[in-house]
Design a protein around this ligand. Structure first.
Ligand code: URA
Ligand code: SF4
Length: 210
């Protein structure tokens, strides 16, 4: 796999993918969308009815609410990446099965490698489970955690907050904290960047030796 393969190449493979049974019932696969230099990746569960029709992530009611949440965080949708752990709609919006999550995981891994975001934000329990197995959303939501090399924040799923009014203030608050957390993630990555990246270490006199 090249270090920086293109998102378009991954999307092309997703559109033809038959690695799990979900390809039988999909109308359109939903690879996810957003620029390759996105600082933030939002990862939901899987396409629903509207996403399956349009081939785009979060375009139904949950997507409308996500747009509001992005605005609360001062973020513009075209500047962030938005996608899902499974790229094809589970029939009737049932939960994705373990074998479907496992089969589709490689695409998300490649998308993360291509984008190398400052922060990953999980929306819902399946994407949270990928990074924080066993975590309880009520205990961890809105907190930035280091998972390996990455910073990850688990958020309530926008659809859950739409259906449970009590979650709405919490998810709005968590998104409101995002600008501050993004600053922290940027600062942490600058600190851990090798000094050589900032200043040339070579003695200029040595450079013409060969
Ligand atoms: N819910 C999700 O988890 N993902 C979508 O793309 C739409 C709704
Ligand atoms: Fe392939 Fe993922 Fe769609 Fe399954 S859900 S067919 S693994 S793209």
């Amino acid at each position: 796999m090249p270090a920086e393969e293109s998102l378009a190449q991954i999307a092309k493979e997703v559109s033809a993918c038959q690695k799990c049974a979900l390809y039988h019932s999909r109308k359109q696969s939903v690879p996810g969308e957003g620029p390759a230099d996105s600082e933030i990746m939002f990862i939901g569960e899987g396409p629903g009815f509207h996403e399956n029709e349009q081939g785009r992530p979060f375009v139904g009611p949950a997507g409308k609410f996500l747009d509001e949440l992005l605005a609360a965080a001062g973020l513009e949708r075209p500047k962030v990446w938005i996608g899902n752990v499974v790229k094809c709609r589970p029939p009737g919006n049932r939960d994705p099965l373990p074998e479907e999550l496992a089969a589709c995981n490689v695409y998300l891994e490649r998308q993360m490698a291509a984008i190398n975001p400052k922060i990953i934000i999980t929306l819902g329990r399946y994407s949270m489970g990928k990074f924080m197995p066993g975590a309880k959303i009520s205990g961890v939501h809105g907190q930035m955690r280091r998972v390996g090399e990455r910073f990850v924040i688990a958020m309530f799923h926008p659809a859950a907050a739409l259906h449970q009014a009590a979650l709405k203030p919490a998810i709005l608050h968590d998104f409101g904290q995002l600008p501050k957390l993004l600053e922290q993630a940027r600062a942490a990555q600058k600190r851990s960047a090798p000094a050589a990246a900032e200043e040339p270490q070579e003695d200029p006199k040595q450079l013409n030796l060969f």
